[in-house]
Design a protein around this ligand. Sequence first.
Ligand code: 5AD
Ligand code: FES
Length: 351
Amino acid sequence: MELMDIKAIIDKLKSTRDVSDAELEALLAAEDEEALAYLGACAREVREKIYGKAVYIRGLIEFTNYCKNSCYYCGINCKNVKADRYRLSDEGILDCVREGYELGFRTFVLQGGEDPFYTDDKIISLIRGIKTMHPDCAVTLSIGEKSEASYRAYFEAGADRYLLRHETASPLHYAKLHPADLSFENRMNCLKLLRKIGFQVGCGMMVGSPFQTTQNLIADLRFISEFKPDMCGIGPFIPHKDTIFKNEPQGSLDLTLKLLSIIRLLVPDVLLPATTALGTIDPEGREKGLRHGANVVMPNLSPVSVRDKYALYDGKICTGSESAECIKCLSARVACAGYEIVVDRGDHKSA
Ligand code: 5AD
Ligand code: FES
């Protein structure tokens, strides 16, 4: 397709958010650098209209790498006997929060594998602990699929947001990435429950995960534009050496950037992180993400001693850096991209 035609699709996407599957397919296939740059510029414009130059930071606390699930792509899946398992103590977690607060974080993300050790009571006490210490901060949970009663109890204890990537909006593709005991229907239902309960909700998927087709990505885009998540986490798939997908190729940088921009245009007010995975496949991946419509970064606040153990994929960046160094490095990177980290909860704004 001619550059002119691609630009016309981008203009239509930006002004009406209404494009056909064939048009999305053409956009996803476009390789022209100028087209990608134009798409990025449109995404930036939309992002700046709503969020200005601000980049929101989330302090990520990876508090357990035990997981009862065996998602085929993930390095901490329960079948990986080589994973060196750890759990942070409550005190250890609150220490990360204390340090993060000093560094300017006003959102903390408790992320972990699905670890039955952390009962609802333990999670609730952590939420309360953080909220008591810092009532001005938002608490985000990213701990997987739970019952409606559990989600409700977390919300009532003060949790504000919940991240649960949908992983893929195509049931057949879902079945190729997960064992039979995990179901597409349950995952989608969890997202609906979280929304109903009142959380700000984040979904998302990997780009270039094994067996992913362009049609699967179009289904993801349709799902995202219909569900209108408050947040959407998009990063490239990166193989992990101790999984059955170890020889699969990693997701592409350009395709990930393109998807970030398209999602920004489809859901203008969405909170869109430039992910660690994006920074892992390219030394300037996160900066590029910010230049293509992303407006959030999620640096790691976990103690350096456990960082390399939370290995969902190989080669993860920042595993050797103290939180303070990381935020300094990241501030410089964000500035380089023309943006500015702010001390703010960074709530979703409605366009
Ligand atoms: N590469 C990239 N992202 C991954 N995730 C899990 N394994 C990988 C991998 N190998 C993502 C999943 C999950 C999130 C926490 O990390 O999308 O939801
Ligand atoms: Fe973590 Fe650069 S952002 S070391």
